[in-house]
Design a protein around this ligand. Structure first.
Ligand SMILES: NC(=O)NCCC[C@H](N)C(=O)O
Length: 258
């Protein structure tokens, strides 16, 4: 059953202490981050998404990156066990939010780890990045949770960026896009389009031919506009300093029954 709800989580006061792994730490302006987050949420609402705020987890600096705490396939929400210990306190509030929305709930169990940013769904294919945050046990548990529901789970190595979706996302027609220097194995994707900027690899599908993208990838925005997509741009500079992208600031729920 189609639904257009999006989970989001307001940035907390400790945002500037968020983790950095593959980039140099830079000062984060928390007030500006809140403004950017509000504009991001507004862009979702402007395209028909009802935003649902997960209760804050202010002790966890990275809680705003809500996509890492849950993966949803059909009506089943798989609560993750984040690879970074400092992020494990983020999942309880997300679990409550998805349960309230009517999802069935399942969990990644110790010793497995999995971050939602490592999971890219393209139709019934679920790509999972095995990298710094998601381990082999996490991949196995994801398979066990979603394959019985009809998913085909494809594991992909990730070594050059934080998460699989820091390297690749997919266009509405299923074409996977990525900035080649950051993609371990582009040949694993049946249809792959190379984009000129690292952050150009991140698109949120707003519905129809509309894509939400970061302002930091103007050349990719031009390329995708030229291919006939409607590109909506938001500035998320303060989240990019913490290796966040447009995809990780929300979880879109398209198949709720409630
Ligand atoms: N899915 C994502 O791309 N999440 C970004 C998480 C950034 C956060 N600073 C982290 O290192 O966990």
């Amino acid at each position: 059953m189609p639904s257009k709800k999006a989970l989001i989580r307001r940035p907390g006061p400790r945002l500037a202490e968020g983790l950095v792994t593959h980039v140099e730490r830079a000062d984060v302006d928390v007030d500006l981050a809140v403004e950017q987050w509000e504009a991001y949420a507004q862009a979702l609402r402007a395209h028909g998404w009802e935003t649902v705020e997960v209760e804050p987890a202010d002790d966890c600096p990275d809680a705003v990156f809500v996509e890492d705490a849950v993966v949803v396939f059909r009506n089943v929400a798989l609560i993750t066990r984040p690879g970074a210990e400092s992020r494990r306190g983020e999942t309880a509030g997300v679990e409550e939010a998805v349960a309230r929305l009517g999802c069935s709930v399942n969990w990644i169990w110790e010793p497995g780890t999995l971050d939602g940013g490592d999971v890219l769904k393209v139709g019934d294919t679920v790509y999972v990045g095995r990298g710094g945050r998601t381990d082999a046990a996490g991949v196995q548990q994801l398979r066990a949770a979603f394959e019985p529901l009809g998913a085909r789970v494809v594991a992909v190595p990730v070594s050059r960026v934080l998460h699989l979706k820091s390297a690749v996302t997919a266009l509405p027609d299923g074409t996977v896009i990525g900035h080649i220097p950051k993609v371990d194995r582009p040949s694993l994707f049946p249809r792959f389009l190379s984009v000129p900027e690292e952050s150009g690899a991140h698109v949120v599908l707003l519905g129809g031919d509309r894509l939400l993208m970061a302002a930091s990838a103007p050349r990719t925005a031009e390329l995708l506009t030229d291919l006939g997509f409607g590109v909506v741009v938001v500035d998320i500079s303060e989240f990019e300093k913490l290796e966040g992208c447009v995809t990780c600031l929300s979880v879109r729920l398209r198949e709720l029954y409630a």
